[in-house]
Design a binder for this molecule. Structure first.
Ligand code: ADP
Ligand code: MG
Length: 311
């Protein structure tokens, strides 16, 4: 099968540990074992990953150093995070291949994703990025740099950006060529660098594309057989976090929509995964999407774990 996997926060960084390069590589090294299992089983794999905490840190590093060297704008920080995370993933996979005596190529692709400049999301930016500021600093930044600043749960002010839907992946043909040549691409990191088309050229914008939606867009573009979203829970649940919690092994698009309607999936976490899964299944009749735990990825592909979303 041709499989697009989306990796979440837990696959890239240990919670509560200092975010050193070493600790990131350690987590990634563990993560890629599960991915290489899938590759070893004979599947074609395309890897998409998140970048929330990582790009946030790059932004902080840039803002703090602005007195010495100009801070890079957000889209450039996004591209940096793709390089940083992609580098660790590709190196860790190469090491794992070497240990298993496997021979395959893997490469991270800096990926731009077109968004619609009239996307409703731009009217209501919700994604906080970078450091906290005082009200005074926040006012200054919104005047000087045009940033949208919002108060964040009593902890101070933060810059917020929009989270528009992905429309098209600029590098999709390159990614497809790589897959056809047996290469494992790492693409659309952090949901991709968001760009808009302006007077015939691409222009980076300050926004965050959800990585689950980017993975779904890529999976459809590549005619993937399956979209696999790997996260920190074994299965999607209804009544999550209550005594009535119930794991879901499989749900039809119709059932999934009913669960959304009933409010079972929070906007910042499980909702985008279920919505991306629904969209992939709707765009690709007869195909399925899977939401599963990273550690159970191979079991889930055998139908023994995870939540399948089907027609
Ligand atoms: P990732 O970082 O992997 O993209 P998130 O942390 O944003 O994922 O969202 C996944 C998390 O959402 C799960 O680990 C779980 O803690 C939480 N969650 C919220 N609602 C549900 C639900 N209904 N079923 C399963 N997990 C849920
Ligand atoms: Mg997370």
């Amino acid at each position: 099968m041709r499989i697009v996997v989306a990796l979440g926060g837990n696959a890239l960084q240990a919670e509560g540990k200092p975010a050193t390069a070493q600790s990131q590589l350690e987590v990634v090294t563990e993560t890629v074992r599960h991915l290489v299992d899938i590759i070893e089983a004979g599947h074609e794999l395309i890897i998409v990953h998140g970048n929330g905490p990582q790009v946030g840190r790059i932004v902080i590093q840039n803002e703090l150093a602005d007195v010495t060297t100009p801070a890079m704008p957000f889209d450039v920080c996004d591209a940096m995070s793709q390089g940083m995370i992609g580098y660790h993933i590709q190196q860790a996979i190469e090491t794992e291949f070497h240990q298993r005596g496997m021979k395959k190529d893997v490469a991270a692709i800096v990926t731009q994703v077109v968004v619609d400049e009239f996307d409703q999301a731009f009217q209501d930016p919700t994604k906080p990025i970078g450091p906290f500021y005082t009200q005074e600093e926040a006012n200054k930044l919104s005047v000087e740099k045009g940033y949208v600043m919002k108060e964040d749960a009593g902890r101070g002010y933060r810059r917020v950006v929009a989270s528009p839907k992905p429309v098209e992946i600029v590098e999709k043909h390159v990614i497809e060529l790589l897959v056809e040549q047996g290469v494992i691409p790492i693409a659309c990191g952090g949901g991709g660098v968001p760009v808009v088309m302006e007077n015939g050229h691409y222009k980076g914008v300050a926004a965050v594309i959800d990585k689950d939606f980017a993975a779904q867009t890529l999976a459809t573009a590549l005619h993937a057989d399956m979209l696999v979203i790997l996260t920190a829970v074994e299965r999607v649940a209804i009544h999550y976090g209550t005594p009535q919690q119930q794991a879901v092994d499989a749900m039809s698009v119709e059932q999934a929509k009913m669960y959304i309607e009933a409010g079972h999936f929070p906007a910042g976490s499980m909702l985008p995964k279920v919505e991306a899964a629904i969209q992939f299944v709707q765009e690709n009749p007869g195909k399925t999407a899977l939401i599963a735990a990273l550690e159970q990825a191979d079991l889930a592909l055998k139908g023994e774990s995870g939540t399948i979303v089907h027609e």
